[in-house]
Design a protein around this ligand. Structure first.
Ligand SMILES: NC(=O)c1ccc[n+]([C@@H]2O[C@H](COP(=O)([O-])OP(=O)(O)OC[C@H]3O[C@@H](n4cnc5c(N)ncnc54)[C@H](OP(=O)(O)O)[C@@H]3O)[C@@H](O)[C@H]2O)c1
Length: 257
């Protein structure tokens, strides 16, 4: 199966690497093939979107939302009958079908950990997607991390807690690390300790099924040190801030969608 990718930026490059790892044949287009020395060895690179559109059996559009219409117009007449995959924020299945034509279309929302095979990608399909196309898609996506099929109406909220979330988690890590550095810890030690503790806590949640409240209560002994930290976080409104950030992100998604 030949996978095509148009646009080799952050996401396009991450998907290309994941699919190469899975042993798939990948063709991609870039306006700067000379810069892609690392990928050049493993994938076929063209400075021509139409060639990718001609060859691909599954075709990923990984350009920015405002670039998508122009790129789709450019390649429409070169398409065979590929499964179309768009990751553009705010571009609906209907919009893609109107712009490109009657293809099996998947609208996906990935996140940056796709680059290390630990991404979370949600997707929604139009009615033209066949069972075998769905299976092929699920098969290739196993090299990118977790995937989940959702309703298109859920896309905005899933976008907030998957596509946008690495930024919020990174901000949380920065704040925690600044506190540790203030108290004399080396920056790198703080990143490693915090990141590994987050992974461990999340593993308890996912593998042992422990609710966040239980995970918190396990660490807070009466009159102890951790409940003091919890008091400060509550005083600063940290949970309300996280909640508002998700609501704000969803509102913005609705505005551009
Ligand atoms: N980044 C995220 O966390 C994230 C999460 C979820 C979804 N997404 C979606 O993923 C898509 C890509 O985002 P990104 O962050 O990867 O953006 P990006 O890093 O800016 O990558 C976009 C790429 O598309 C290329 N491109 C633009 N116009 C082109 C054309 N006419 N022909 C060929 N290539 C063209 C750009 O090349 P040049 O360098 O030549 O301009 C660039 O390499 C967007 O639709 C975004 O909504 C991103």
């Amino acid at each position: 199966m030949k996978i095509g990718i148009i646009g080799l930026g952050n996401m396009g490059r991450s998907f290309a690497k994941a699919f190469v790892k899975g042993g798939y044949s990948v063709v991609a287009s870039t306006r700067h093939p000379e810069k892609e020395k690392e990928l050049n060895e493993f994938i076929t690179l063209y400075n021509d979107n139409k060639k990718v559109a001609e060859e691909a059996e599954i075709l990923f559009f990984a350009v920015k939302p405002y670039q998508l219409e122009e790129v789709m117009d450019e390649v429409r007449s070169s398409l065979g009958n590929p499964l179309i995959v768009s990751m553009a924020v705010g571009k609906s299945l209907d919009w893609i079908q109107e712009t490109l034509g009657d293809f099996g279309i998947l609208r996906i929302m990935p996140n940056t950990p796709v680059a290390v095979g630990k991404g979370v990608t949600v997707y929604t399909a139009n009615e033209e997607v066949t069972d075998s196309q769905r299976m092929q898609f699920r098969e290739i996506m196993q090299y990118t991390g977790e995937i989940k099929e959702i309703q298109e109406t859920e896309m905005n909220v899933f976008s907030a807690v998957s596509g946008s979330l690495p930024a919020f988690v990174a901000m949380m890590i920065e704040g925690l690390s600044d506190g540790a550095v203030h108290e004399g810890m080396k920056r790198q030690d703080s990143y490693e300790t915090i990141a590994n503790t987050i992974i461990g806590t999340c593993t308890l949640l996912l593998e042992e099924g422990l609710q966040p409240g239980v995970l918190k209560d396990q660490v807070t002994s009466p009159g102890g040190t951790t409940i003091e930290g919890v008091r400060v976080l509550e005083e600063k409104g940290v949970r309300g801030a996280f909640m508002e950030s998700i609501i704000g992100t969803v509102d913005k998604n609705k505005e551009i969608g």
